[in-house]
Design a protein around this ligand. Structure first.
Ligand code: ADP
Ligand code: MG
Length: 223
């Protein structure tokens, strides 16, 4: 599904250069449940942003479902993002004035896919928050808000879900339950998940572990 060939990312080229990724080669298959781990500053967010077409590599080649991403313009990139990729963030990033239902519905509207109200409710049920449909984000715990953001990523039936430190603001009980939801969606819908963490508890849920250090892959193993 995803292939990186000698991907590098250099911030501030020609000035005070930061080499965030250096010659990264990796292939990620459909249905994988992969964590990218490593210390702060090792390049995890940069890696996810490039996979998610939120940022482009400085050099190297990136293929997504056989398509060479490094050649596409920004309109085409945003079409891939909208249609095929769901995002989960550390700080949930829900719209504060919208209810759970509306936050999830908005993602569906933005994806420009056709849908019925039932599709939204089914997704809320999938992640265990059907009873929270009318709540605003501020009326929910962190764990509940993160479930809304999983529903938001899931609702458009993406091929891939990317999660950047999805449990970093949660206690271990909530982190475990979020990982269980992600893992069950991976198995139920064959969605590929790539997530970053430095929490050993979260790493335990992964089927494949890739360690980044100073922008290079230092370790890549299956569990
Ligand atoms: P991680 O997510 O593992 O903490 P990042 O991918 O955020 O790592 O960062 C990798 C390196 O790139 C760090 O040295 C960071 O300071 C640098 N970096 C990240 N984003 C930018 C940016 N927009 N401009 C300049 N340097 C950046
Ligand atoms: Mg990061």
């Amino acid at each position: 599904m995803i292939t990186f060939k000698k991907i590098t990312k250099t911030y501030n080229p020609g000035k005070v250069e930061v080499h965030a990724l250096k010659d990264v080669d990796i292939t990620i298959e459909t249905k994988e449940f992969l964590t990218i781990f490593g210390p702060s500053g090792s390049g995890k967010t940069t890696f996810l942003n490039i996979i998610g077409c939120l940022d482009v590599a400085t050099s190297g080649e990136y293929f997504f479902e056989g398509e060479k991403i490094s050649d596409l313009n920004s309109t085409k990139l945003s079409m891939i993002r909208r249609g095929k990729i769901g995002f989960i963030f550390q700080t949930y990033n829900l719209i504060p004035v919208l209810t759970t239902f509306e936050n999830v519905e908005l993602a569906m509207i933005l994806s420009r896919k056709t849908y019925k109200k039932e599709d939204i409710y089914r997704t809320l049920e999938d992640v265990g928050i059907a009873d929270l449909a009318d709540r605003l984000p501020r009326e929910m715990s962190g764990g509940q808000q993160q479930r809304v953001s999983i529903a938001r990523a899931l609702v458009k039936s993406p091929k891939l879900i990317l999660a950047d430190e999805p449990t970093a603001n949660l206690d271990s009980e909530n982190a475990t339950s979020i990982m269980k939801v992600m893992r069950s969606m991976n198995e139920k819908y064959d969605i590929t998940f790539v997530f970053s963490t430095h929490d050993p508890l979260v790493m335990n849920f992964a089927k494949r572990l890739v360690k980044l250090k100073d922008g290079r892959i230092e370790e890549d193993r299956l569990k």
